[in-house]
Design a protein around this ligand. Structure first.
Ligand code: AMP
Ligand code: MG
Length: 353
């Protein structure tokens, strides 16, 4: 049975619809809901069978743990064996918001939710529909992005429907997501804070919030490639967000720096000369450009914003549109190598592998 899609006004979430979705969650069902980052695929985080159903619906490998969403700090602390000073500071500074904190796991969190790790990832989302749902459910809600594994995360209810519509029970449609890429994930279990996945909250933001505590911020080295997880004989990833190819469209992705504009233009012209990318059989080209110009028809070019927040908000929809149009090649101009662009640059580099 296809998922039931319920429109919910984010300014006034209808208690009837929220109550219905909350009841479904308490009964072990899967409910997709909007957050400020991307749409999540939710299940009761304390119910191992419900969490297992998320993995089945997404086709997500069992070594890839999920984030538990809670309505407030008190509910987060109930899932943590201890609450590190770094977590206390960062939660006070950024929750509700696009920051996930990895802390020592309490016994009540089932192993399936953390992929057997002794730490649990927690977040209070900044979205009125998500918060209303979490409060009404009264249980923590495990929610990875509501897409099939390795596909692009959804930033609208339509994206969820296209990817998972026949595999889940309910979708709450609260409109497009305001942040647009997944949360920053930080490991708070050690003496330093370690960024496991960059996002719109940057290392500088974290360092500012930790100022005066003596706690340093480090960025994890990415060690695991897609397909080299435990099932391929590789080590369990410290964090699955470090899997290289994790946010990818169907078509090939070429990333280029603005200084390489002429080379890319020449490569596109050579491609056109051989007939590739010109007809319906060879498919469409999309170019996501900020400053560069390329020899492509206007309909192929998607102008992208100058500002990182606006860019992030727009990015996944642009990639979903390219997928939906059957683009075989997506050419993307890389934004500058600056800290405020690190979340966007991370997702672009993973889309291109
Ligand atoms: P997704 O839900 O697909 O956006 O991805 C969940 C992200 O949370 C992963 O990419 C990890 O970075 C992170 N994560 C979840 N649980 C843990 C954990 N116990 N330890 C470390 N990272 C985690
Ligand atoms: Mg995901």
């Amino acid at each position: 049975m296809p998922a039931v899609l319920h429109p919910v006004d984010p300014r006034h979430p209808d208690p009837g619809v929220i109550g219905l979705a909350a009841t479904m969650l308490r009964h072990g069902k899967l409910v997709a809901f909007p957050t400020e980052t991307v749409y999540g695929l939710g299940a009761n985080a304390l119910d191992p069978d419900a969490v297992a159903a998320i993995y089945a619906a997404k086709g997500r490998p069992a070594w890839n743990p999920v984030i538990a969403h809670v309505p407030d700090v008190a509910a987060a602390r109930a899932l943590a064996r201890s609450w590190p000073a770094s977590a206390a500071r960062l939660a006070a500074a950024f929750w509700p918001g696009p920051l996930t904190l990895v802390v020592p796991k309490a016994a009540q969190v089932p192993d399936v939710a953390t992929a057997g790790l002794d730490a649990v990832a927690l977040r209070v989302p900044d979205h009125p529909v998500a918060l209303a749902l979490l409060r009404a459910a009264g249980v923590p809600v495990a929610a990875p992005s509501a897409n099939r594994f390795t596909q692009i995360s959804p930033t609208t209810a339509r994206h969820v429907q296209a990817s998972l519509g026949d595999r889940i029970d309910c979708i709450l449609d609260g409109g497009p997501c305001a942040v647009g890429i997944e949360s920053t994930v930080v490991d708070c279990t050690g003496s330093d804070v370690v960024i496991l996945r960059p996002g719109m909250i940057t290392a500088d933001d974290l360092a500012r919030a930790l100022h005066g505590t003596g706690i340093a911020v480090r960025i994890a080295v990415r060690t695991v490639s897609h397909g080299a997880g435990p099932e391929a004989g590789g080590p369990a990833p410290r964090s699955p967000g470090m899997a290289d190819r994790h946010y990818a469209p169907q078509g090939d992705v070429w990333l280029f720096d603005p200084t390489q504009q002429d080379e890319v233009a020449a490569a596109l012209q050579a491609r056109a000369a051989t007939g590739a990318g010109t007809g319906a059989d060879t498919g469409t080209i999309r170019a996501l450009l900020r400053t560069a110009t390329l020899p492509l028809p206007a309909g192929s070019v998607v102008p992208m914003p100058d500002d990182p927040a606006a860019y992030a908000r727009r990015l996944y929809a642009a990639l979903h549109d390219a997928d939906a149009d059957g683009a075989v090649l997506i050419v993307i101009e890389r934004p500058p190598d600056e800290p405020r662009w690190s979340g966007v640059r991370d997702r672009l580099s993973r889309a291109s592998r």
